[in-house]
Design a protein around this ligand. Structure first.
Ligand code: DHB
Length: 500
C-alpha cells in the first residue's frame, strides 16, 4: 500500500479522530495494474460464455485503513466476451458485497471474481460480468473484529461506513476506473442486503462524515444509482415487534412455543410503531397493524403463489393445490377442469389466481426460526447485540423493551445507541429524515418461508419507496427460505434497463 497508509491507533477509529482524508493521492486507481484471465460463465439459460476480464486488486479504498484486510476491493472488467472485444468504459458498475450475518467480509485473498453463488449456481457477479458490466467486490469490517487491546472495531456503523468509502473511492476515480461511476448498482443478501438498502437510502447523508473522515475516505459523493436487496435484515430496532406481529402464532421448530407474554407485548407495540411510520399503499390507504396482513397477502404473497403455480405443469399444480388446500385457485382458462372459489381446482396456469387467508399462510410456513425477542436478545446473545457493541463491550441492548426486561423499568439505553440505530437503518433515511439523494431504483426480493425476520420488513421498505415515487421492483419467492435468489438473470437485465 502507498506511503500514506499506516496502522491506525485506537483513537483513529473514533469519529472525528486524527487520521484525515488529506492523503487522497493514495487513492488513485491504477488502470494498468491488473491480471487478465478467462472465465467460462454459464448464463441463467444454461449457455456458456467465454469471458476475458481484467482483475484489479485495490489494497485499500481508504487512506487510513483500520484493517486493510477488510477495507479493500477488487474490480473486474470484461474485455472480450465470446470472442468479441467489449468496452466497459461506460458500463454500469455492480457493487456486490458478500456480507453475511453482519460479520467481517474480506476479498483481500481473492484472485478472481467470485464465480459461484448459492448452491453452486453462477454468481450474480459473474452474470453481470458476462453481460458486459464492471463488477466491484468490496470487503468491509464486521461485528466480530477485536484488536489486541480488546476494542471491537467492526461494530456499527463500521460496515456501512466502509461500503460508503468504497463508493467514494470509485467516484473519486471517475475516468480512471472502468465503468460509469454515476451508475453504481449495489447488491447484497440478508445483512448484506440490509447494508445494500442502507447504502441506497443514505447516499450523501452528512451523518456518516466524521466516520468517513476518520478512515481517510475520499472526499466526494457516496450516493448510488440503484440498490438490490435480498431478504434485507433491516429496521433492527423494530424487528422484535415486527417478528411477533408476523410469526407470533408460529411454533419454534420441534413445536415449542415462545413466551406468550413477551410475544404478545411486542406484537401489541408494533401497532404503535406502524402508526408512527405513516406508511401508505395503493388500495389500502394507511398501513396499520389491522391491514398490514391484507397488504402483504394482496400485494406480495398471493401474486407470489400465483406466479409459482402458473409456471407449474398442470399435473404438478393440481398436486400442489391438493396438498395445500388453504390456497384457492381461480380463473385458469384451459387445460383441465377449471378451479372454483371452493379451492383445490386445477385450472391451467394461464390466467389463474391464488388466494388464501393470513392464518392459512402462517400455518403453511410452519416453524419460526427465532425465539422472542428475536433481535435484541435478553441475554445479549444475538448477532445484533454484538453489532451494537462498542469499545471493549462486546454486545449491548438497543431496544428499551429488552433493556428494561433485564435491568429494570428505569434503565436507559446508552447515549450513543439512538444515533447508531439511525446510521444502520434505511427506514430512518426514508421516513424521519427523508433523503433526496437516495437511490431511486430498487430491487427487493424475499422468500415467503424466510423467518429470519418479519415478512413486513421488506414489505414496509417496498411500500415506503413506492409511495415516494421511486422505481421499485419487489417480488417474494414462493416457498423459498432465507437467502434465496430465484431470478438473478432478471436482476442483471434490470440493471441494463434502469441504467440504460
Ligand atoms: C443474517 C441473518 C439473520 O437472521 C440476522 O439476524 C442477521 C443477519 C444473515 O444471514 O446475514
Amino acid at each position: 500500500f502507498g506511503s500514506g497508509a499506516r496502522a491506525a491507533s485506537p483513537q483513529d477509529r473514533r469519529p472525528g479522530g486524527g487520521a484525515g482524508a488529506e492523503a487522497s493521492a493514495d487513492l488513485v486507481f491504477d488502470p494498468d495494474a491488473y491480471a487478465e484471465s478467462t472465465l467460462t460463465i454459464e448464463d441463467t439459460g444454461g449457455v456458456a460464455h467465454e469471458v476475458v476480464y481484467r482483475f484489479h486488486k485495490v489494497a485499500s479504498y481508504v487512506a487510513a485503513p483500520v484493517d486493510a484486510t477488510y477495507q479493500s476491493l477488487n474490480v473486474s472488467v470484461p474485455v472480450r466476451i465470446d470472442g468479441t472485444a467489449v468496452d466497459a468504459t461506460g458500463a454500469p458498475i455492480l457493487l456486490a458485497n458478500a456480507i453475511g450475518g453482519y460479520m467481517p467480509s474480506s476479498v483481500a485473498n481473492n484472485t478472481g471474481i467470485v464465480a459461484t453463488g448459492m448452491g453452486g449456481a453462477t454468481s450474480r457477479q459473474a452474470l453481470a460480468l458476462a453481460a458486459g458490466y464492471v463488477v466491484v467486490e468490496p470487503g468491509a469490517r464486521g461485528r466480530t473484529l477485536v484488536d489486541a487491546s480488546g476494542v471491537h472495531y467492526g461494530t456499527a456503523p463500521a460496515a456501512i461506513v466502509d461500503l460508503k468509502a468504497a463508493v467514494r473511492y470509485l467516484k473519486f476515480n471517475r475516468g480512471r476506473v472502468p465503468g460509469d461511476v454515476r451508475r453504481i448498482v449495489s447488491s447484497g443478501v440478508s445483512a448484506g442486503g440490509a447494508l445494500s438498502a442502507l447504502l441506497g437510502a443514505s447516499g450523501d447523508s452528512p451523518l456518516y462524515d466524521p466516520y468517513l473522515k476518520a478512515i481517510g475516505a475520499a472526499d466526494t459523493s457516496d450516493a448510488i444509482f440503484a440498490a438490490g436487496a435480498w431478504c434485507p435484515i433491516i429496521d433492527l430496532e423494530h424487528a422484535d415487534m415486527a417478528y411477533e406481529w408476523c410469526w407470533g402464532a408460529n411454533p419454534l421448530s420441534g413445536g415449542a412455543q415462545v413466551d406468550p407474554t413477551v410475544s404478545g407485548e411486542l406484537k401489541a407495540a408494533y401497532a404503535g410503531h406502524l402508526a408512527s411510520l405513516g406508511l401508505r399503499a395503493k388500495g389500502f390507504g394507511a398501513l396499520t397493524a389491522r391491514n398490514l396482513d391484507a397488504y402483504l397477502l394482496r400485494t406480495h404473497l398471493e401474486p407470489s403463489a400465483t406466479r409459482y403455480l402458473a409456471a407449474l405443469p398442470d399435473a404438478d399444480r393440481v398436486a400442489y393445490l391438493a396438498a395445500n388446500p388453504f390456497i384457492t385457485w381461480t380463473g385458469g382458462t384451459s387445460g383441465g377442469a377449471s378451479g372454483g372459489a371452493s379451492g383445490g381446482g386445477s385450472g391451467s396456469g394461464s390466467g389463474g389466481r391464488a388466494a388464501f387467508s393470513w392464518d392459512g399462510f402462517l400455518t403453511h410456513v410452519g416453524a419460526r426460526k427465532k425465539n422472542a425477542p428475536s433481535f435484541d436478545g435478553f441475554t445479549l446473545g444475538t448477532p445484533e447485540n454484538n453489532l451494537f457493541g462498542t469499545g471493549t463491550t462486546k454486545a449491548r441492548h438497543f431496544t428499551l423493551y429488552s433493556l428494561r426486561h433485564e435491568s429494570g423499568g428505569s434503565a436507559r439505553l446508552d447515549a450513543d445507541i439512538p444515533a447508531k440505530l439511525d446510521l444502520m437503518n434505511p427506514m430512518h433515511h426514508l421516513v424521519e429524515n427523508l433523503n433526496r439523494d437516495r437511490a431511486k431504483h430498487w430491487w427487493i426480493r424475499l422468500g415467503t418461508k424466510d423467518t429470519d425476520t418479519s415478512l413486513s420488513v421488506a414489505g414496509n421498505l417496498s411500500a415506503r419507496l413506492t409511495s415516494l415515487g421511486d422505481d421499485v421492483d419487489t417480488a417474494y419467492y414462493w416457498d423459498a427460505g432465507h437467502g434465496a435468489d430465484q431470478d438473478p438473470g432478471a436482476f442483471v437485465e434490470w440493471i441494463g434497463e434502469v441504467t440504460g
